[in-house]
Design a protein around this ligand. Sequence first.
Ligand code: 5AD
Ligand code: FES
Length: 347
Amino acid sequence: MICENDVKILREKQDLPDDKLKSLLSTDEFDLVLAKNADEVRRENYGSDVYIRGLIEFTNHCKNNCLYCGVRRGNSDAQRYRLGKSDILACCDEGYALGFRTFVLQGGEDPHYTDEVLCEIVSSIKKKYPDCAVTLSAGERSKESYKKLFEAGADRYLLRHETANVEHYGKLHPAEMSLENRKKCLFELKKIGYQVGSGFMVGSPYQTNDNIVEDLRFLQKLQPDMIGIGPFIRHSKTPLGEFENGSVEMTLRLISILRLMFPKALIPATTALGTLKNDGRELGLKSGANVVMPNLSPVENRRKYEIYENKICLGDEAAQCIECLKSRVKSVGYNIVVDVGNAKTKE
Ligand code: 5AD
Ligand code: FES
């Protein structure tokens, strides 16, 4: 049982001491008190609105070799693809007609997308759809690169920190990657003026509850506009492919804790949640999440963007996906809105 008084304090102060936070994580059963408080706070800030982001997985080439990720360069079984500007614009056309006002370009760290190539893509989208936000999720780049992309019109950048603990980071990533650089990128992005999203995997190999508390503390420092968390899901073609999947219930608990700590943040009910449990995203919304990110990638590429196995929505056209999501969102008492969906953090 969790202590109701701790939840009350967390809601009032948006904070708790480490040991109290840890006690909220001590079991991973779904907790109604936590979820109910989180839902009330989400409704105070966002009503029943759910924002949608059209996810365009533009490349699965990646120069990195993260130990958990199915598109790591070391996975020689992955069939690689890249989308060009016209493919990406076609996804946006379809998405715009369906009511999307944010496009998220997500991909591996692919050197093919130089600043020049990516800036041209971003500015073409912004030119055609000035009422839409463009979000990039393209990994670690230089400060100069982030600046150029911002000047080309990118509004937001998603870069999960993955774990805020150096030793843990080292167990999930090869030696050439560093937590220090990841954090540096996040603070640079913020300084340039992007709306920034960060986050981490829940139940990733070797993760402890102390690590999770460190993640929460890091997020308090960063104060991101968006916080994405999802359960770790093993991919058999990676070095961490034998580990257990993360827990859906722990992810839901953390969504609620995040909502109470960051009342105005954008928190997605992630595809990973929906992958591990049929109604995982609905439960995510009920636990305090307020964003869903349906897939707008061309259907023929979706299977290839396999960061983890058994990902959902592989066969559905974008139109089918959004219809399905609309009814799922409605079934738990919320509504998808046609809106650019900025965080209320800046108000
Ligand atoms: N399981 C769950 N999430 C994963 N990601 C990468 N690999 C996995 C996995 N095996 C997440 C990372 C990354 C985001 C795009 O997907 O957190 O930042
Ligand atoms: Fe591509 Fe980690 S394997 S960013």
